[in-house]
Design a protein around this ligand. Sequence first.
Ligand code: INI
Length: 158
Amino acid sequence: MTVKVVEGDFLQGASAKYAIVVGRFNSFVVESLLEGALDALRRHGVAESQITVYRAPGAFEIPLLAQQVAARTKPDAVIALGAVIRGGTPHFEYVAGECAKGLGQVSLQAGIPVAFGVLTVDSIEQAIERSGTKAGNKGAEAALSALEMVGLLQQVGE
Ligand code: INI
């Protein structure tokens, strides 16, 4: 008996259309996430004409912008990028929680992958580590996840 396995790769999503929704807050970190995401898409064959970047004020606003972009421009995937840094304030919990919850809703509502490249970290040091230094670049990881999911969804039901 041969079991059919359906799995994405990084090839099929190359001709798809991607929207990157970026929160400007903590921009010194977020711009590195954006560079990482763009670099990952380009190096996997996605043309720049297939990518549009949208900027929101902060992570709290990312879900609404992502929802509107998904509804009005019909991308194949959204890549959400931002940085929520705790810094000892309870504001963190609300902003990070609403951003994650909202993006999950957008994904299911629109029926497209929404990659979660929003850092939720305790310190600026952790944010720097995850935006292109010793812990990799979470923007690039999010872009790869979007690419893989686009290819995977193309295969479902084939
Ligand atoms: N927005 C972020 O993207 N990251 C943060 O760390 C952050 N903190 O800590 O306050 C943050 N706040 C702004 C928030 O996203 C909204 O833009 C603001 O509350 C206006 O609605």
